[in-house]
Design a protein around this ligand. Structure first.
Ligand SMILES: [Fe+2]
Ligand SMILES: [Fe+2]
Length: 385
């Protein structure tokens, strides 16, 4: 893995070019559709565009081919702008303006840029950011996070009081305490006993996981949930290596780092469909999110966690876990590495960012490779995955 940062071979270049072409094609198909052109990039579509080989030289056919070529140039410019974000942040409107300014030089109709603006989902981010689009369980989550989001010692009694408000919380604690992992001599049936038996540290993890799990399940996002649990395991181990925070913070950071992706599932159908098509055709999730919402799921998730009363440094790490260079704290860099090392395909690959994050956290690729999560103390959490 280490050599990949310093040795870029032809295969990497080819796959980067191919990935760029796929994204440009994905964007061009959307813009072409919005501009009223027949769907391009498929064999039969060529006929639909201007007719067959013999007659695509007709005035109509030529005009459409020229328009399509302009759309491809526009989309290629937009993709280059997105790729350059790793070197310096620009908001979406600035990107649109920069691309539009090149219309004369690149030979496309500047008004085509407006189709990108039309794709944008303007109203929903406010609702999503309030957590209003989340399933009912999110309301319970907000209360649990408000109470359990702080990294401090908890008393058995306060955890028991909280757990007894909700049957899922209480049931989860009793289930875990009675599981083969803890194997009590006799079955425990009282929440307070269950917490004392597994310890307040584990009990807090169980309660957080129990609240988050149904949210993911209700949205049909089990893959996202298991990714979050893996991230929690890895984050917890990773943070222990760096001294940037406590293992508990790594755990919570991993569990909630993609909560914004969950919220996005409740965006309007049209936006979700745009996003699904772009992702299916090769655009990473954050790429589609930036285009459709003007921000990525990290920023959306951080706004939700803010409202849930999460500590500011954790919120900041979630906000910038895909743009670590925008954070002054090292926790965002750690979260970026957490995603990177798990092979997350949520973002455009960026060795520039990996290097930045390694320097920021004091980690090396060799140290990352040595991190083992199998022996971590997180078996309780894994039982939920
Ligand atoms: Fe993630
Ligand atoms: Fe993410």
């Amino acid at each position: 893995m280490g050599s990949r940062l310093h040795r870029v071979d032809q295969g990497d270049v080819d796959s980067a070019i191919l990935a760029h072409c796929r994204r440009v094609a994905a964007l061009a198909m959307e813009i072409g559709r919005m501009a009223g052109l027949p769907a391009p990039f498929a064999g039969p579509a060529w006929d639909a565009m201007g007719g067959s080989q013999e007659d695509h030289g007709s005035p109509d056919g030529l005009r459409q081919v020229e328009e399509l070529a302009g759309i491809v140039r526009l989309c290629s410019l937009l993709d280059q702008q997105f790729e350059s974000l790793q070197f310096g942040y620009k908001d979406l409107e600035t990107i649109f303006d920069a691309v539009r300014a090149l219309a004369g030089h690149e030979g496309f109709d500047p008004s085509l840029v407006e189709h990108f603006r039309r794709m944008r989902c303007r109203e929903v981010p406010r609702q999503i950011r309030r957590g209003e689009g989340l399933p009912v369980e999110a309301r319970a989550a907000r209360e649990v996070f408000r109470l359990l989001g702080r990294d401090r010692d908890y008393e058995v009694r306060e955890l028991a009081l909280m757990a007894l408000r909700d049957p899922v919380l209480a049931g989860s604690l009793i289930r875990v305490a009675n599981s083969s992992l803890y194997s009590p001599a006799s079955k425990l049936s009282v929440v307070g006993q269950a917490i004392s038996y597994i310890g307040t540290v584990e009990a807090r993890k169980v309660m957080l996981a129990a609240v988050l799990r149904p949210m993911f399940a209700s949205a049909g996002l089990t893959r996202l949930w298991s990714h979050s649990v893996s991230a929690a395991q890895f984050g917890s181990a990773l943070i222990g290596q760096t001294g940037i925070g406590g293992a508990e913070e790594g755990l919570i950071l991993g569990l909630v780092h993609d909560i914004g992706s969950l919220a996005i599932q409740f965006a309007p159908r049209e936006t979700r469909e745009f996003s699904a098509r772009l992702v299916e055709r090769g655009c990473p999730a954050t790429y589609a999110e930036r285009l459709l919402f003007g921000c990525d799921h990290g920023e959306i998730g951080a706004d939700i966690l803010d409202r849930w009363g999460f500590p500011a440094h954790l919120t900041e790490a979630v906000r910038y876990h895909h743009q670590p260079e925008r954070s002054s704290g090292a926790l965002a860099a750690l979260a970026y590495l957490m995603e990177f090392w798990q092979g997350s395909d949520e973002d455009l690959p960026s060795f520039h960012r990996v290097e930045h994050c390694l320097a920021r956290t004091g980690l090396t690729l060799e140290a990352l490779a040595e991190i083992r999560t199998e022996d971590s103390q997180l078996k309780t959490l894994r039982s939920f995955a």
